[in-house]
Design a protein around this ligand. Structure first.
Ligand code: 5GP
Length: 138
């Protein structure tokens, strides 16, 4: 299927919708998930128009993994958790709801509950101080 240039993340990349960014470079962007599964839930996306991992160029894939690794380290440090889970869903059958490739970075700790992502909106006022801690840990 053709890439939908009006999907939410494409619009965030064009600056048409707000975001709470924690990291950006020429090829990638990392920002807070607005309906987090857990505190510190961060998303990493390529700037390239790619719906799934199968649509991404090797250069885009390398850049996205580089940013995911860098930001995951900062999320781990900022949230003070022992574990980090990465999730990346391809296609609606796999649970993908936004048709622009993204990696989920999810802080994990024993006994730390995780909601299903994308269900409950959290106020920007709550996300901003968490994003600030992650930026400081980069
Ligand atoms: P998926 O199910 O496609 O793997 O995950 C999409 C993610 O995008 C969900 O975790 C959802 O909370 C997040 N999301 C959806 N809309 C927005 C938005 O407008 N802004 C941000 N920052 N995250 C969003």
């Amino acid at each position: 299927m053709a890439y939908d240039t009006n999907n939410i993340f494409a619009r965030i990349l064009r600056g048409e919708l707000p975001k709470i960014a924690v990291y950006e470079d020429d090829l990638t962007l990392a920002f807070m998930d607005i309906m987090p599964a857990v505190e510190g839930h961060t998303l990493v996306i390529p700037k390239e128009a790619a719906e799934t991992i199968l649509d991404l160029s090797p250069e885009g894939a390398a850049a996205t993994i580089r940013t995911t690794q860098k930001v995951a380290a900062a999320v781990k440090k900022a949230l003070g958790v022992p574990g980090i889970m990465l999730a990346q869903l391809n296609g609606t059958a796999a649970g993908q709801s936004v048709p622009h490739l993204h990696f989920h970075i999810l802080p994990r700790a024993h006994g730390l509950e995780m909601n299903f992502h994308g269900r409950k909106m959290v106020d920007a006022k709550v996300l901003m101080p968490v994003a600030e801690k992650i930026r400081a840990a980069l």
